[in-house]
Design a protein around this ligand. Sequence first.
Ligand SMILES: [Fe+2]
Length: 246
Amino acid sequence: MKNTPSAHAGFMARDRAWHPPALHAPYKTSVLRSPNAPLLSLPTSLGEETGPVFGPAMLGELDHDLIHNYAEPGESAVGPRIIVHGRVIDETGRPVPNTLVEVWQANAGGRYRHKKEGYLAPLDPNFGGCGRVLTDENGAYEFRTIQPGPYPWANGGNDWRPAHIHFSIFGSGFAQRLITQMYFEGDPLIAQCPIVGAIPDRAAVDTLVAELDMTRTVPMDACAWRFDIVLRGRRQTMFENRLEGL
Ligand SMILES: [Fe+2]
């Protein structure tokens, strides 16, 4: 019986019918930056199956609180105060613990704090737009922020991004890393967005839409939104004639 990590710790192949194609003409910048040749699938090696390990010591006290982490003392960011929470699991339903979740977003007016940002909405002096948290032992995460505004973007027409929060999740190996965007339930701009439109399956779009979660809302403080995230799963390790853990 072989049971070494290098023999069995590979990750499941990505389902390319579920994920958006690299080339989607209505999303203009995808035309020039997408590959011309068909992709090749290669077996993963240790370089992809492992990744950086993060611990609580690297996080700042307010990293999980975008309402305050860029604000002057006694001040806070402008906008509807919200809590975003959920679980990070893999394709087999296993929690992904102690993994780094990084988020970035526009302010309540739809403007980013970035030197190339050109939208006329004003900057909020008390909002930076970045945060990060670690998942707990059950894969759960939570952060506080303000609800971002929608913004127009140069895509050749009258295109607006729905309100969204960008996510990067490291997972336990580089092959598992996911960079995606979270949208808000009920936003009519979701259906209009050429970037969202690159996703072929409506059910796949729905996995990117956070649901209002009144059970976690803090009265007179913040509404809560639930957003669960699924990372690529590891192939299960065979143990004699059954799958490990089953
Ligand atoms: Fe954005």
